[in-house]
Design a protein. Structure first.
Length: 436
């Protein structure tokens, strides 16, 4: 029965995060393609794109706040309840974005409503990710926790695949139809997906590790306070580990759309086709990366992956600059497969750093703060660099390498912390003793 729950929990984590990330990526893709025109029409194309990417960043601003709130509630009340709530919140927020009238219809209220619902999207993802990872990880067999946790991470490429398929369909419309109503279709589909995701998650049992802590009266009244008082270095370095895993996706999948369409004059349909193939490769390789990490050790695997991420943007841009669709696909795939290997393994790696009593808070705050600082600003910074250094890709590649270096610092930092704390394996007992 336990084995069955392990598989069901992993499947539910995958399906849930797929739907959540579909909603999040729908906004990111629309921001690159059309939102600047619909909601900021009085600006030039570059300024309009920057404005739409600024609203993209609003969602990331909300995520750390959500990480704190849902981390606290998840460690106090349970993982499952939080996941059901965030699923409904995301579905409603995304659907509402698809219903907002344009700037020409209601004026300044259009971008105001856009920012509001984008903020609610950010709250949802901020509370969602940690719970999904823990439901998969804490249900998993001890020797396969990294592999099972990676199923929650698979929701990112799966959600993007679904997003790109839908946008590929509506992008076949003529420009007027796409600008008028076509871009709204991907947002409105979220309402149906929300219902499916809710039903899937409702049938999964609560995390056995949380239930055990609850039954033994080992949950804490103030898990976030405990976390920040005793595990702040863990939070910082765990978050840094995730830097390129979060920011890299928005570099390759969001900013790159703008870069190749505005600076290389490649059609939207062509780059969306390329990104679709890239995401298929990403989806197929992530479980393999997690399986290998379980065999060789997450620490070693992540160190190698972070070093490779520092190197890959240079061949990626060389291939993208050829303007050949096959070479573009190969170049972006090289970067995405590498950074997604780190992303897949980092979830289980982060969960193992923290004890059960503060684990939801620990991984949520770590992940969501770095997502706000790095991922939320990456398309914006990339657009400014591309505009300032028009025709030069080297500054963009250096920016990618810098983000990867932060991940390497995170992995090394975690290693230093765990080496100093020889009792890290028994860290749960330490927290229990402190709380008594």
């Amino acid at each position: 029965m336990k084995k069955d729950q392990s598989k069901r929990a992993a499947a539910a984590a995958f399906m849930g995060t797929t739907i959540e990330f579909y909603d999040f990526y729908v906004y990111a893709t629309a921001a690159a393609l059309i939102l600047g025109t619909v909601f900021f029409p009085e600006t030039d194309p570059v300024t309009g794109t920057l404005a739409s990417f600024a609203t993209l960043a609003v969602g990331f601003v909300a995520r750390p706040m959500a990480g704190i709130v849902f981390g606290h509630l998840g460690d106090r009340l349970g993982r499952k309840k939080m996941l059901l709530f965030t699923m409904v919140l995301m579905g409603l927020a995304t659907t509402c974005i698809g219903l907002i009238p344009s700037y020409h219809s209601i004026g300044i209220w259009a971008p105001i409503l856009l920012v509001l619902f984008r903020f609610l999207q950010g709250i949802s993802v901020g509370g969602e990710w940690g719970g999904a990872v823990l439901m998969a990880s804490e249900h998993a067999p001890k020797e396969k926790k990294t592999f099972f946790a990676s199923f929650a991470q698979l929701g990112s490429p799966a959600g993007l695949i679904l997003c790109l398929l839908v946008f590929r369909g509506v992008s076949t419309l003529d420009e007027q139809a796409f600008a008028s109503w076509g871009w709204r279709v991907p947002f409105l589909l979220s309402f149906i997906l929300m219902g499916v995701g809710f039903l899937i998650r409702f049938g999964i049992e609560e995390s056995p590790e949380f239930k055990e802590a609850k039954e033994n009266d080992q949950t804490l009244k103030h898990p976030v306070k405990e976390l920040l008082s005793n595990y702040l270095p863990h939070v910082i370095f765990a978050g840094l580990t995730m830097t390129i895993g979060t920011a890299g996706f928005f570099f390759t999948n969001t900013f790159m759309i703008t870069y190749v369409t505005q600076y290389l004059e490649i059609s939207k349909a062509t780059i969306l086709d390329a990104l679709f193939l890239v995401t298929i490769f990403q989806f197929l390789t992530m479980p393999v990366a997690a399986w290998i990490a379980d065999k060789v050790g997450s620490q070693r695997f992540l160190t190698i992956a972070a070093i490779l991420c520092i190197l890959v943007p240079y061949p990626m841009f060389m291939l993208v600059e050829t303007k050949n669709i096959i070479l573009i696909t190969c170049g972006i795939s090289l970067a995405v497969v590498t950074l997604s290997a780190l992303y897949a393994v980092a979830a289980g790696f982060m969960a193992n750093i923290f004890p059960t009593q503060v684990r939801y808070s620990g991984i949520s705050i770590s992940y969501q703060f770095i997502a706000a600082l790095a991922a939320g600003t990456t398309p914006f910074i990339g657009t400014m660099l591309a505009s300032h250094y028009a025709g030069q890709w080297m500054p963009l590649a250096i920016f990618f390498s810098f983000l990867s270096l932060l991940s390497l610092i995170g992995v090394v930092g975690v290693k230093i912390i765990t080496n100093k704390n020889k009792n890290a394996v028994n860290i749960d007992q330490v927290v229990v003793e402190k709380s008594v």
